[in-house]
Design a protein around this ligand. Structure first.
Ligand code: SF4
Ligand code: SF4
Length: 243
């Protein structure tokens, strides 16, 4: 068991929270961590309803000196939270502002705050993104997210600086759209990944989609557009067989 969990057990905080929950004072328990292995241990306890986790492309792709966990380790956290119904609230969506400037971004190329928010919201399990703001003007600027076009929110540029281990893995960004068969490619892939780890709700969501992998006509358009080198055409066949 990790030092963090042992500490909370030893100092009595965990028991105190559980007592408060039994008395109805505390309605839900949440946890916050930057480390996937610690989060997995916390999820094992089945105690939490929400998680604060630092999510942005730099951390997910191990760029910079502040990223914990590999690409797959971090993706497993998102998927497991979605499956367990633990909502993730995102902290550090801009990596402390680093990602917003060419000079400071570990990728050498700036993203907008809107691309970063969309990136986080597309991940399974993520319910909300909480960037830090120091003024009403900054909050107003963040809320412009809702007025941005799909092109302005498209973060597929990160495919050009993602590490080799991220290649071929769908991040549900939908940059490969439009699909002539009308398939929501990101959603189909997300529900597939979740259903594969036993998420029954995701299976249901997949089955209620208006169009799914069975509608794929193997035109190859998605393959030619994907910045993450995903062989989506083959994946659609795999998904069709799975369901
Ligand atoms: S196949 Fe590629 S472009 Fe399409 S949703 Fe997946 S990662 Fe994005
Ligand atoms: S290969 Fe299938 S999923 Fe991809 S764009 Fe064509 S029809 Fe859509």
């Amino acid at each position: 068991m990790s030092d963090e969990i042992q500490r909370e057990q030893k100092n009595g905080i965990l028991q105190y929270l559980l007592d408060m929950r039994d008395q109805g004072v505390v309605k839900h328990i949440g946890a916050s961590s930057h480390t996937p292995s610690v989060i997995q241990e916390i999820l094992d306890t089945d105690l939490i309803d929400m998680l604060m986790f630092s999510v942005n492309p730099a951390y997910d792709y191990n760029h910079g000196d502040y990223a914990y966990g590999g690409v797959d380790e971090r993706a497993d956290v998102y998927k497991r939270c979605e499956k367990l119904g633990v909502g993730i609230s995102v902290m550090k969506p801009f990596s402390g502002g680093q990602l917003l400037s060419d000079k400071t971004s570990p990728f050498g190329k700036a993203l907008t705050q809107y691309q970063c928010i969309k990136y986080a919201l597309d991940k399974p399990g993520i319910l909300t993104v909480l960037p830090g703001a120091q003024s009403v003007a900054e909050i107003d600027a963040l809320l412009e997210y809702y007025e941005k076009s799909e092109e302005e929110l498209d973060y597929s540029i990160i495919g050009s600086f993602a590490p080799p281990e991220a290649s071929g893995k769908c991040v549900y960004c939908n940059h490969c759209e439009p699909c002539p068969a009308g398939i929501d490619i990101g959603a189909v892939n997300k529900f597939y990944d979740l259903a594969r780890i036993g998420d029954d709700m995701a299976r249901e969501h997949y089955l209620t989609l208006e169009k799914n992998a069975s509608d794929c006509v193997s035109c190859g358009h998605c393959n030619s557009r994907c910045p993450f080198s995903v062989d989506q055409m083959s994946r659609m066949q795999e998904i069709r067989s799975f369901f």
